[in-house]
Design a protein around this ligand. Structure first.
Ligand code: GLN
Length: 547
């Protein structure tokens, strides 16, 4: 079996520099050069996974095919590589400690004092090498969350230090991402934060092979020389990562900077040149729109751009399919009421009601759905958004005024959305929802069937509540159709309104599967329906992109 080679990506100076995008871009470049690549993320927090975290803390929780609740960077990995990740691709400090402490209780370390070094670092090492040892990959890229200097990151850096000693030099590359800020008043780019960051990395015993500098201005030869000199890397190993108009541009920028050549040179590997025809074609469609639409994203985490990351990205992919710029307007569902709904949503060409948990902002979602239903505005509900369109229909069409989900109103006389039987026995919160990919049979002749163009699909789930099947006959009779159901359990996965131009609610999360090269079909058809709506309502000219 050929041994895998390892790339470690650490970060310094500030968070949100785009370590995940750099890791994903390098992975994309190496994949395009014919290598089998995977990316994994090691997160320094104590939670076992981000599944129990509020999006305000950590952005979106990204769900994999195998039902792992993971960091949103895994979404970038999948979107860039067009390949699935799994539980093994995201490990937290909590998971590491949980394994070690469980083993201690089982007596695995009898007689020994269990310590960070070597027991915790050995477990980190085991997991860092796990995918590489599977024989499925030539290259494993590991992104370490947080920044150097964080107390929580130390065991991860210590493990990389050990690996740098244990592995032949040509099997491991260490990349450090930093910020080179531009000081407007001084009119200069500053390298000192990078120098300090690298010092801190070296104090932990890790030496960088390549430094990637995030910057808003081009790095001069002088700045590159300075970083090389002070930060102990070879000249030419300082890479510029300049702000890009789209994250999907970054792989091309990294190629222009020669990041892939540096890594392959270090590994003593020779690979063919990459072919980026498909990516260039996507970027051309993205950068040169001929149409535009306005879509409302109705949710409760509007202040935070990462909370609905995969949905936002799915709109980028679907829009590009039509050379259509999709303006996504996040609308705070707590601020929508019957008196202002027309004002807030009247100008929209489509309305998407977002996934979520709990009561806050729920009534605003129901009002937004009613507005979309009654005014023929293309509507797309995802998970909680689908559940609320069932509630809205029950209240305003069937006349069950207190219809609700038992998630927020356990004593409702019409529990149209109710907890799944299997969930009722669950007492533990973490990792116990209906998670990951499940099958769904589509009813021929429905919108769902025409969107997917097949009888059977799978999509990823993350929920505890479900459409209550007792209400299905009445709902269907009144016009809300169950067009997709799980073949084993009979659970309703998709509802739609055939009498409406475009109205669909899905219990699953289609956004997780969307990639630039394979935009998710419901998003594609929703954008198309929004374009049609705009044309019908505003006339041809207004559908043309203004830029
Ligand atoms: N809170 C709802 C449930 O648990 C919906 C979840 C979601 O939107 N992901 O069923």
């Amino acid at each position: 079996m050929k041994k895998a080679k390892y790339v470690f990506v650490t970060g310094g100076v500030a968070s949100s520099l785009g370590k995940g995008i750099i890791a994903a871009s390098l992975a994309k470049l190496l994949q395009a050069r014919g290598l089998r690549v995977t990316i994994q993320k090691f997160d320094p927090y104590i939670n076992i996974d981000p599944g129990t975290l509020n999006p305000y803390e950590h952005g979106e929780c990204y769900v994999t095919e195998d039902g792992a609740e993971t960091d949103l960077d895994l979404g970038h990995y999948e979107r860039f590589l067009g390949q699935h990740t799994s539980q093994a691709n995201n490990v937290t400090t909590g998971r590491i400690y949980h394994t070690v402490i469980t083993r201690e209780r089982e007596g695995a370390y009898l007689g020994k004092t269990v310590q960070i070094v070597p027991h915790i670092t050995d477990e980190i090492k085991r997991r860092m090498l796990l995918l590489g040892n599977s024989g499925k990959y030539d290259i494993v890229i590991t992104e370490v969350g947080g920044t150097v200097g964080d107390m929580e990151s130390q065991p991860f850096l210590e493990t990389i230090r050990q690996l740098q000693w244990e592995m032949p030099d040509e099997d491991l590359v260490s990349i450090h991402l930093t910020l080179v800020p531009y000081l407007r008043a001084a009119g200069e780019l500053k390298t000192k934060p990078t120098q300090h960051s690298v010092q801190m990395l070296q104090q932990a015993g890790v030496h960088p092979d390549i430094i990637v500098c995030r910057t808003e201005k081009e790095l001069s030869a002088d700045i590159r020389r300075k970083v090389s000199l002070f930060c102990n890397v070879k000249p030419g190993h300082v890479i510029e990562s300049i702000d890009a108009p789209s994250i999907y541009q970054v792989p091309l920028n990294m190629e222009a900077e020669g990041l892939d050549d540096l890594v392959l040179g270090h590994f003593r590997m020779e690979c063919p040149r990459p072919d980026f025809t498909a990516l260039n074609d996507f970027l051309d469609r993205l950068y040169n729109p001929e149409h535009e639409v306005d879509i409302a994203l109705v949710g409760k985490y509007v202040e935070l751009q990462d909370a609905y990351k995969s949905i936002q990205e799915a709109f980028v992919h679907a829009g590009a399919a039509f050379r259509c710029k999709v303006h996504v307007h996040t609308v705070h569902s707590e601020k929508v009421d019957s008196s202002n709904v027309g004002e807030v949503l009247g100008g929209m060409d489509g309305i998407l009601v977002a996934p979520g948990f709990g009561e806050r902002g729920l009534e605003g979602k129901v009002i937004a759905i009613r507005y979309a239903r009654e005014n023929g505005i293309p509507f797309f509900g995802i998970c909680l958004g689908m559940q609320m369109c069932v509630v809205e229909f029950a209240r305003n069409v069937l006349g069950y005024s207190d219809a609700a989900s038992t998630e927020v109103n356990p004593s409702t006389s019409h529990p149209v959305i109710d907890m799944m039987e299997a969930q009722k026995k669950t007492t533990v919160k973490g990792g116990t929802m209906r998670l990951g990919a499940y099958g769904c049979s589509l009813v021929p002749g429905t919108l769902a069937h025409s969107i997917y163009g097949k009888d059977f699909i799978t999509e990823r789930h993350r929920h505890r509540y479900e459409f209550n099947g007792d209400y299905l006959p009445q709902m269907e009779k009144a016009g809300l159709l169950a067009s997709g159901r799980n073949p084993e359990s009979g659970l309703v996965e998709i509802v739609e309104l055939p009498s409406h131009p475009f109205f669909i609610g899905v219990q699953f999360h289609p956004e997780y599967r969307s990639t630039p090269e394979n935009p998710q079909p419901i998003f594609v058809r929703f954008v198309e329906a929004a374009m049609t709506r705009r044309q019908d309502v505003r006339g041809n000219d207004l559908c043309r992109a203004s830029e």
